[in-house]
Design a protein around this ligand. Structure first.
Ligand SMILES: NC(=O)C1=CN([C@@H]2O[C@H](COP(=O)(O)OP(=O)(O)OC[C@H]3O[C@@H](n4cnc5c(N)ncnc54)[C@H](OP(=O)(O)O)[C@@H]3O)[C@@H](O)[C@H]2O)C=CC1
Ligand SMILES: N[C@@H](C=O)C(=O)O
Length: 262
């Protein structure tokens, strides 16, 4: 029987990524865990080595540092055992747009946008050649909600969602599964790290429940999984409305409502 693919998870030292590591280990997948904090990564890895039979490698890396991401890209290109990439590492920013500065925005884009794009780009050609593999990208419902006042963070997550849906279109026919997971508020350190109190939020999901639900979507091969959304029909309606507009963009002339009045 073919062995299960190894799973490379970024941001596996805490929160959602650490639970993904736990769940894939219990499913019998070897792991490659990536994050900056080697001590915390090693603590996740040693627990999983003790509690399961899987092999767990760790890569201490800052995915926004050129030399570090190059090492992960090389591993993804060269290590044919890796069959699943979970692009989970991410952060948010404190404050409103005018309180943030350009350097903070650029750093967030490097982490939430550039890194997952580069890692997907490193692995996708190999997966496409093999006709198998999966890429899981952790977005956020904030990417669907400009009203929330998390503008730069939300924009990065809208990118992740678009990237995922585009890759699903391109890679799906080649046998590669791409999933966007859109959590809402989940109890992790991201809140404290970005200067917010998660306990002040009206509804907070626990990481275990979030990841277990995301994995139900993974097993069903859903393109977009929104664990907290009760009615899947609402997402389907949004997608249907978006698709219905597509043929209308192909026009030689501007719409009548934009024609200048003489
Ligand atoms: N919690 C929530 O409410 C929601 C979270 N999300 C998304 O879930 C994902 C996981 O976040 P979450 O578990 O909540 O938060 P955590 O802060 O607990 O986890 C973030 C993980 O990313 C790692 N990380 C951060 N920066 C870097 C970096 N530069 N290089 C490598 N690793 C890095 C951290 O490890 P280390 O510090 O060791 O590097 C940590 O393992 C993120 O993409 C986030 O946007 C989406 C919606 C809601
Ligand atoms: N992590 C949160 C924002 O800061 C979210 O995506 O809900």
């Amino acid at each position: 029987m073919a062995s299960k693919p190894t799973v490379l998870i970024t941001g596996a030292s805490s929160g959602i990524g650490a639970v993904y590591a736990d769940r894939f280990a219990r499913r019998g997948h070897d792991l490659v865990l990536v994050a900056r904090n080697a001590e915390r990564l090693e603590s996740v890895a040693s627990r999983l080595r003790a509690e399961t039979d899987v092999t767990v490698d760790i890569i201490q890396a800052d995915v926004t540092a050129a030399a570090d991401i190059a090492r992960i890209e090389e591993r993804l290109r060269e290590d044919e055992r890796i069959g699943i990439l979970v692009n989970n590492a991410g952060a948010a920013l404190p404050g409103s747009f005018v309180e943030q500065n350009a350097a903070q925005a650029a750093d967030l884009i490097a982490l939430n946008v550039t890194a997952p794009t580069r890692l997907a780009a490193a692995v996708a050609p190999r997966f496409a050649r093999a006709g198998s593999g999966a890429i899981v990208n952790i977005g956020s419902v904030v990417g669907l909600a400009p009203e929330l006042g998390l503008t730069v963070y939300g924009a990065t997550k809208a990118f992740v969602q678009f990237l995922s849906q585009g890759l699903a279109q391109e890679l799906g026919p080649k046998g590669v599964y791409v999933q966007a997971v859109l959590p809402a508020v989940t109890r992790t350190e991201i809140w404290e790290r970005s200067g917010r109190d998660v306990n002040a939020m009206p509804a907070v999901m626990e990481t275990a429940e979030l990841v277990d639900a995301a994995l139900v979507g993974f097993d069903r091969r859903e393109a977009v999984t929104i664990p907290p959304l009760p009615d899947a029909g609402q997402w389907d309606a949004l997608e249907a409305a978006r698709r219905a507009m597509l043929p209308n963009y192909r026009q030689v002339h501007a719409a009548a409502r934009y024609r200048a009045v003489a």
